[in-house]
Design a binder for this molecule. Structure first.
Ligand code: ZN
Length: 102
């Protein structure tokens, strides 16, 4: 389920409050925009006491929900963790649970 326009505006406000620049830090030309897509970063968790190989990680156990911010000029793509922006719980509460999934 994509972000609503209202949610995208809340993300823009949260980024601005935290001092995130509105112009792309890579090309210095593009005005960054907040995508409607919700992305997530899979989180690896170890399940062996002493981890020595990649197989000893359980993947993925959890994910960090993120806002996707894109530069229309150079394609630089940034992910901002919604938990740190203080928005994830608010956004989840607005949504109906999806049947058959948990
Ligand atoms: Zn750029």
């Amino acid at each position: 389920m994509p972000f609503t326009e209202e949610e995208r505006e809340r993300i823009r406000e949260a980024l601005k409050e935290r001092g995130v620049p509105e112009i792309c830090p890579v090309c210095q030309k593009g005005e960054l925009w907040v995508s409607s897509y919700i992305a997530s970063i899979p989180v690896w968790e170890k399940y062996a006491e002493k981890v020595e190989t990649a197989e000893e990680f359980l993947f993925p156990r959890a994910a960090l929900p993120c806002a996707v911010v894109v530069c229309p000029n150079c394609g630089n793509t940034l992910l901002f963790y919604l938990g740190s922006l203080g928005l994830w719980e608010e956004f989840v509460e607005r949504r109906e649970p999806v049947r058959g999934r948990r």
